[in-house]
Ligand binder design. Structure first.
Ligand SMILES: Cc1cc2nc3c(=O)[nH]c(=O)nc-3n(C[C@H](O)[C@H](O)[C@H](O)COP(=O)(O)OP(=O)(O)OC[C@H]3O[C@@H](n4cnc5c(N)ncnc54)[C@H](O)[C@@H]3O)c2cc1C
Length: 494
């Protein structure tokens, strides 16, 4: 028999998981389907991890409203979901006098968007605040509400809180088509069978255009991936203390140099429009462009200390802004379309989509309420998702207590990042179980140091195999097709 839900969410990125978390507060059955082996493997896993202040989106756009509203929700969210978040502010830096008017323009735009806590600072002050900045800097916009976060942690934490409150998350489950009754959507077909739902929420990121087209909605809407390439630097060798944006260009916010929550410096992204939605390869030209942009801001940056590169694909859409008088063709789509019944349709959720995710989730709930949903808060709804111990952040005394309680926290599996067996096992048995190497990496930060997994990988394969009760041959890096091991090298008979 087909399972029946009130709300089916397509896509387990930060937006889908946040919507699941928001909906799980109310009576009703919530199902989230994700085609990959883990949540947060799309755009939400490869971005700059900045909680944007909101001076960048065009005034009047939905992007601007979601950005500013979303930004203000982060402190409460971080407290409830127990993820790390630092509101340390960000800078948009003008190099030379020619760039200064653009910074003033951003300041004006920020004021129109309702961004609090922005000031202009002059060149000497900027040089005093960031010792590595280009000495040619003529001034900067300082936005105190900017922040840094770990997007994986947030996606997982929101998804887990949804599961704790009764939502179901099905991984490796790909939406294929809608089940329709006339003009009403009554469910979804997937590679793992059919699921019936009163409402379906399209939160499929870069594939959201293809999903909405299956319902006959917005045939003119297309998503073009815009590739962003990055450098990650060894934290021992490169240390930038701030979030440093250049002045924006026609290509977007520009190539920034920033510290991260994990204390690595990163530089990127560029913005190359491509055709292939799965092309996450780095290119020589792209990395050269990123290097040039980064060196313009921080000339002393030594590219020799790069330990990894990565790529994120922005789901850039052609959604028109709905505000009268505002001409803008890359706005967010968040709507209940008239063409069909039973669909909440999202599209073009590119940057600042991470920042905006909680505001988008609230917008979806408000739209459903306006459409007649009678939301009743569950009596036992729990907004708190407890954090799990992070050995490397603990005092010596707390480490000792933890190891006394569970000796597996005394077994260090990743030496660069100091991640223990106890932490890995906790993630494998969490509300959204980490079942691949990358799922553990994203949750614990294991394998991200100088050796890039060289030491821990075989040990993690052994732990995953043991804890999941599967053969080591079945353990994967990121889902089916990425197995580490192919056969035993010495077949022992008998
Ligand atoms: C280079 C870059 C830098 C960025 N920097 C920032 C930043 O600093 N700050 C900020 O606020 N924002 C930033 N963003 C934007 C932010 O990352 C995105 O807006 C946000 O992650 C979008 O989340 P999402 O859940 O909509 O999409 P995704 O994370 O892509 O999630 C969509 C999910 O849907 C799943 N899916 C797709 N098709 C199907 C299907 N058929 N069936 C089931 N599941 C499906 C995918 O596997 C995926 O997991 C950046 C983006 C990029 C690419």
């Amino acid at each position: 028999m087909q399972e029946k839900y009130d709300y089916i969410i397509i896509g387990g990125g930060v937006v889908g998981c946040m919507i699941a978390r928001w909906l799980s507060r109310y009576e009703g059955k919530v199902l989230l389907i994700e085609k990959e082996a883990d949540v947060g493997m799309g755009c939400s896993s490869a971005n700059t991890a900045i909680v944007h202040a909101g001076y960048d989106p065009l005034p009047g756009s939905l992007k601007a409203r979601m950005n500013v509203k979303g930004n203000a929700m982060w402190d409460t969210l971080a407290g409830e979901l127990n993820f790390a978040f630092e509101r340390r502010g960000d800078y948009v830096v003008a190099i030379g006098d020619d760039e200064l008017p653009l910074v003033h323009k951003l300041m004006d735009q920020g004021k129109k968007n309702g961004v609090p806590g922005m000031i202009m600072i002059d060149g000497p002050e900027m040089r005093a605040r960031e010792k590595n900045i280009n000495p040619e800097t003529s001034g900067a916009l300082w936005a105190s509400t900017g922040g840094i976060c770990d997007p994986f942690q947030i996606t997982v934490a929101a998804g887990e809180n949804a599961v704790m409150n009764g939502a179901k998350v099905l991984l490796n489950t790909a939406f294929q088509d809608f089940i329709m009754e006339g003009k009403r959507i009554i469910g979804v077909r997937t590679n793992r069978g059919d699921f019936l739902g009163r409402w379906v929420i399209n939160s499929a990121g870069i594939y959201s255009d293809e999903v909405m087209h299956k319902a006959g909605v917005r045939p003119e809407f297309i998503i073009k991936p815009r590739k962003g390439e990055y450098y990650i630097f060894d934290r021992a060798d490169v240390s930038i203390d701030n979030v440093l944006f250049p002045v924006p260009s026609a290509k977007g916010k520009g190539i920034l140099v920033t510290t991260t929550l994990h204390e690595n410096t990163i530089a990127g992204p560029n913005g190359t429009i491509i055709e292939d939605k799965e092309d996450t390869s780095t290119t020589k030209e792209g990395l050269e462009e990123v290097a040039a942009g980064a060196l313009k801001l921080v000339p002393s940056l030594n590219l020799r200390y790069s330990i990894a590169n990565f790529v994120g694909l922005r789901p850039m859409g052609n959604g028109p802004c709905k505000t009268p008088g505002v001409v803008y063709n890359n706005d967010y789509i968040i709507e209940i379309p008239e063409e069909v019944q039973g669909l909440v349709n999202l599209g073009g959720i590119e940057s600042p989509g991470l920042t905006s995710a909680p505001a988008i989730a609230e917008e979806v709930v408000d739209m459903l309420r306006d459409a007649g949903e009678n939301f009743v808060v569950k009596k036992d709804w729990d907004p708190i998702r407890p954090g799990r111990p992070r050995f490397r952040n603990m005092s010596h005394k707390d480490r000792q207590l933890l190891v006394e309680m569970d000796p597996r926290f005394g077994q260090v599996i990743c030496r660069c990042e100091n991640i223990t067996e106890g932490e890995i096992i906790a993630e494998i048995h969490a509300p959204i179980p980490a079942q691949t190497y990358d799922a553990i990496k994203r949750r614990t930060w294991l394998g991200t140091g100088r050796c890039q997994g060289g030491f821990d990988m075989t040990r993690v394969v052994t732990i995953l195999s043991r804890e999941l009760g599967i053969s080591p041959l079945e353990v994967t890096k990121r889902g089916t097709g990425s197995e580490y091991l192919f056969r035993q090298t010495k077949q022992v008979e008998g």
